[in-house]
Design a protein around this ligand. Structure first.
Ligand SMILES: O=C(O)Cc1cc(O)ccc1O
Ligand SMILES: [Fe+2]
Length: 437
């Protein structure tokens, strides 16, 4: 079955899986078509300014309130929202990990979320956490609702199907999916065990960044975002909804699938985007621009220019800068940088940063190209060069990112990461050219 999507970013969409299911001319008729219940899902306060106001109207077989019994607290070992004692902020230093293996034992979505870092405050609704998901089993009659933040999925190995209340998204490595806060979904594997990166955004919803003087086109174009059409299932079976709320986990039992929305309209909905549709803007004469030039989506903090999270990619592009050190410069940053590699090679670290791996360069901790990358780029003949088959990304937040015990204890953490800069030698010898011998 090929899935249908509606295109645009944050549009006011309308879709019905059965003809006539969407009430015409009003949101809440005395009796909705097909005996459906009308329900509003608010993604912003009612009174948010128009430009930020998000809500959708859902027409469903049963209202959500019919889905929930009592919420029973449950322990989830690795999906965390705050630093754990030992890992909390420590050890400071530049950190890098090789890929983490997908477990052999049966692991569903909730158990497969492994929190690497947390930033900010889940209850105060600022910051984010960076997770991996390592899953080998599809959800069946178990559903998830995350009240704490929207979820950005970046598959790295294997494709996934996210069956949500508002429709179905299929995503493969190289694509992203965003599920808004509060929306029920089921996580399915399409072709075997999966690994991916997952960002939980506690702050302002991801939106397209301003383009400034770049103008009306390029970077992420609104027409390339895809929203699902309405999909519903009329399934009466004992089921569970797992809800994450203020950093804690709960389960409630229901007797049917909560994915029973026959029609919806509105602008609060899940979406997907193919990162290969991104049109990068770069340096066409000299110097390496700030990575913000590759922002795909940004989560605003309320302070102009200071993101709660910037989601940035390093994808295929031409390097043409003249008399320029082309890789990233050495730097220290007030923001904290979590990076992953979906496929290919990253130009600042050709070795050691592997697809499926990750790195964390926290607030003000120095980093930049490793010795090899520096040597090569300082001596390279600066012909136009195309970087191909590469997709690295960064979640950069204004808040420091604290490691979990799990992340600090992973045996794939590289013990000697700092040594990748060890060979950067002194070239200053008092001459104008310096010592390049
Ligand atoms: O540190 C990194 O690799 C990410 C990064 C890339 C870049 O091109 C400029 C700055 C920056 O932090
Ligand atoms: Fe950086």
């Amino acid at each position: 079955m090929t899935l249908e999507y509606m295109t645009g970013f944050g549009n006011d969409f309308e879709t019905e899986a059965l003809e006539g299911a969407l009430p015409r001319g009003r949101n809440s008729p005395q009796r909705a078509p097909y005996g459906l219940y009308a329900e509003q899902l608010s993604g912003s306060p009612f009174t948010a300014p128009r430009s930020a106001n998000e809500r959708s109207w859902l027409y469903r077989i049963r209202p959500s309130v019919r889905h929930m019994g009592e919420y029973e607290p449950v322990e989830v070992k690795h999906w965390l929202s705050a630093p754990t004692t030992e890992g909390g902020g420590l050890p400071i230093g530049q950190r890098r990990w090789d890929p983490v293996a997908i477990p052999e034992e049966p692991t569903g979505f909730v158990d497969g979320v492994r929190t690497i870092s947390t930033a900010g405050d889940v209850v105060g609704q600022t910051g984010m956490s960076a997770h991996l998901y390592l899953v080998n089993r599809s959800s069946e009659d178990d559903y998830v609702i995350n009240a704490d933040g929207e979820l950005m999925f970046l598959p790295q190995e294997g494709s996934i199907r996210l069956v949500t209340e508002m429709g179905v998204l299929e995503v493969e490595p190289g694509e992203l999916a965003v599920i808004p806060r509060g929306m029920a979904f089921r996580f399915e594997l399409i072709d075997g065990p999966v690994r991916g990166y997952l960002c939980e955004n506690y702050g302002g919803k991801f939106t397209l960044p301003e383009r400034g003087p770049i103008g009306a086109n390029c970077m992420a174009n609104a027409r390339d975002f895809k929203y699902p059409v309405a999909y519903f299932e009329d399934v009466e079976r004992p089921s569970e909804i797992h809800i994450k709320w203020c950093g804690r986990h709960y389960v409630t039992k229901i007797g049917h699938s909560p994915l029973d929305v026959v029609a919806w309209h509105g602008n609060y909905a899940p979406y997907k985007y193919d990162l290969r549709d991104y049109s990068p803007i770069g340096a066409i004469l000299f110097d390496h621009p700030d990575p913000s030039i590759f922002t795909v989506l940004t989560s605003p903090s309320g302070e102009a220019g200071t993101a709660n999270i910037d989601f940035v990619i390093f994808s295929d592009r031409w390097l043409v800068g003249e008399d320029t050190f082309r890789p990233p410069w050495y730097h220290r940053n007030i923001m904290s940088e979590f990076m992953g590699l979906i496929y290919g090679q990253y130009d600042a670290k050709e070795e050691g940063f592997l697809p499926g791996g990750m790195s964390l360069h926290n607030m003000m901790l120095p980093h930049g190209p490793d010795t090899d990358a520096f040597e090569k780029a300082s001596r390279a003949e600066l012909k136009p060069q195309k970087l191909e088959g590469t997709m690295a990304f960064m979640w950069e937040t204004r808040l420091p990112q604290h490691l979990t015990d799990y992340a600090a204890g992973l045996d794939t953490m590289q013990k000697n990461y700092i040594d990748c800069w060890k060979g950067l030698k002194k070239r200053f010898d008092g001459t104008l050219e310096g010592d390049w011998s």
